[in-house]
Design a protein around this ligand. Structure first.
Ligand SMILES: [Zn+2]
Length: 306
């Protein structure tokens, strides 16, 4: 994104980024070794972003690269703020219902959009695509990029092919612009499955160059486990999803909440928001905020040497 064309908000964020030391090109191990001694960025920590079946297979969650783009480890600065993020929406009644519930609750969210959900095979916007993306923007939410195909970006071909990775990112941005009919600068990027940090991996650097924040989450609803078949040991009932989301939000004292636009999630979204609004963290009552505000708090705490 050329500086002259950057919208005011992105320009402000770009300034903050420019003041930060270059870290994205370093390998995760180098950053981990530097740890808090770097004086600016905390050591990366591992997050539980694996699917339950991946855990059973013995997979380890990837180590987060301590990139300035990340919101997902700096929880000390969240100050009981909860930013709602909603992934994998399509142009359907579930997205409409999600927007209705958010409006009723007065909550603003970032929707991480998969472009291929919104374009038909002919490359044209699907029915309701524009109506619903317009609603996201008009009702004060934001659109983040979740890639065009929702394929793991830490696997082939993207893992070893920077051109393929760039094309995937470009394509999603073009898809959102195509639906909206104007250029929407997406400053948040969430990789499918949260997967991004293979050592030497290009995505972190590429996002930095594009002026985008790698944005994972700290509070996992595990809402996708409601979609598993009855009898599956990992299946969760709605009450369990509700309870663990609230529990984690309280324990983490705020952060970035991962939800999806699945029918089963939409069915309990109002209850989730109601329970979160009534919950308390370590420092007091939890309240809804935005990713932008969490970023501002994060940079303020880093600047203060927290
Ligand atoms: Zn997703």
């Amino acid at each position: 994104m050329a500086a002259g064309k950057a919208p005011p908000r992105a320009a402000i964020l770009a300034l903050i980024i420019a003041a930060a030391p270059p870290i994205a090109a370093a390998a995760p191990s180098a950053i981990a070794a530097a740890g808090p001694a770097s004086g600016f960025l905390p050591a990366p920590r591992r997050l539980e972003i694996l699917q339950p079946w991946e855990k059973r297979a013995g997979a380890k969650p990837p180590e987060l690269v301590a990139g300035i783009y990340e919101l997902d480890y700096e929880r000390r600065s969240f100050a009981e703020g909860l930013a709602i993020t909603i992934d994998d929406a399509g142009p359907n009644k579930y997205l409409a219902k999600t927007l209705d519930i958010l409006r009723k609750r007065g909550v603003k969210a970032v929707f991480f959009i998969i472009g291929s959900n919104f374009l038909g095979k002919d490359g044209r916007p699907m029915p309701r695509a524009k109506e619903l993306l317009d609603r996201i923007v008009d009702e004060g939410h934001e659109i983040g990029s979740h890639s065009f195909w929702h394929r793991r970006l830490d696997e082939k071909p993207y893992r070893d092919d920077a051109a393929a990775l760039k094309a995937e990112l470009d394509r999603n941005e073009a898809a959102v612009d195509r639906v909206l009919g104007y250029h929407y600068p997406m400053i948040y990027f969430r990789p499918p499955n949260g997967a991004h940090s293979t050592p030497g991996y290009e995505l972190d650097r590429m996002l930095r160059e594009r002026g985008q924040y790698l944005t994972n989450w700290t509070i996992t609803s595990f809402d996708w486990c409601m979609r598993l078949k009855a009898g599956d040991p990992d299946r969760l009932e709605p009450e369990a999803v509700l309870a663990r989301t609230v529990k984690q939000a309280r324990e983490e004292s705020g952060g970035v909440v991962l939800l999806h636009c699945f029918p089963s999630t939409v069915a309990i979204l109002d209850s989730i928001l109601e329970k979160l609004a009534a919950a308390r963290g370590e420092g007091g009552a939890l309240s809804f905020t935005t990713l932008g505000e969490l970023l501002r708090r994060k940079y303020a705490s880093l600047k203060a040497g927290d």
